[in-house]
Design a protein around this ligand. Structure first.
Ligand SMILES: [Zn+2]
Length: 245
């Protein structure tokens, strides 16, 4: 049974930014961040890299703009954040680096052969590429279906949340807003598909600002800079001519 409860305001503190010294210390004591027992004991005395290469790694990260120094602290840059986000988990782990270092040291002492190391690297890289291919395929499968071709650049037009847009977003700004006040609703993908294919479309179930139902033919009005649907004429409905009053 709960006898009493109270709500308390607490704050969690984000981890402090690394300084060069604290980052060097992490690299030196990398075994604390490794779970694998064998690797842990291997790197325990050595750390990652040597004292010289450790400092060079930080220097390299900074000159390649992955990190930047602000006073004595090291901050990840926007570029660095994006880069690390795109890298597959298994090649950015401390474990894999420790494992490779162990293999290199085994070659040095004659316990292991250079080919074994290279074969493993090749196998590893192939796996990463294969997984990336699957990720790219999955991303492609998640993309909304193509509803037509872009009149400006020929790339697929897709349905977004608020607009139909050209998928070649780096070079092309073509888009059509979904919602149209004049018809009191959004365009459907089928309507935009027809518009892109033929240059015009009959929109049915439109509601004017005065509340009148109508159907009308619209054509693609393309100034080369912006795109609109231009009213052409009221369309005949099955029962009668329906006009906006
Ligand atoms: Zn385009």
């Amino acid at each position: 049974m709960i006898k009493n409860a109270e709500v308390r305001d607490c704050e969690t503190k984000p981890p402090a930014h690394f300084t060069e010294a604290s980052l060097l210390a992490v690299m030196e004591n990398i075994d604390r961040r490794i779970d694998d027992k064998e690797l842990k004991s291997y790197v325990k005395e050595r750390g990652l890299g040597t004292p010289t290469t450790r400092a060079q790694i930080i220097e390299g990260l900074s000159s390649a703009n992955y990190i930047e120094r602000r006073k004595k602290f090291l901050y990840i840059t926007e570029f660095g954040r994006k880069f690390i986000g795109k890298l597959p988990e298994n090649i950015k782990s401390a474990e894999i680096t420790a494992h490779w270092e162990q293999m290199l040291s085994d070659i040095e002492s004659g316990k292991s052969k250079e080919e074994d190391f290279m074969n493993e690297i090749i196998k590893n890289v192939s796996e990463v590429i294969e997984n990336e291919d699957i990720a790219v395929e999955n991303a492609a499968a998640e993309q909304p279906a193509e509803i037509g071709k872009c009149p400006w650049c020929g790339s697929p037009i897709r349905e977004g949340k608020k607009a139909f847009y050209c998928s070649n977003s780096e070079d092309c700004d073509f888009f059509i807003y979904k919602h149209d006040k004049r018809i009191g609703r959004d365009y459907t993908p089928e309507e935009i598909s027809e518009l892109l294919a033929t240059g015009k479309v009959t929109l049915r179930n439109c509601i004017s600002s005065r509340g009148n139902k109508y159907a009308a033919v619209f054509k693609l009005d393309d100034s080369g800079e912006y795109v609109n649907l231009k009213f052409v004429e009221y369309a005949k409905t099955r029962n009668s001519k329906s006009k906006e009053e």
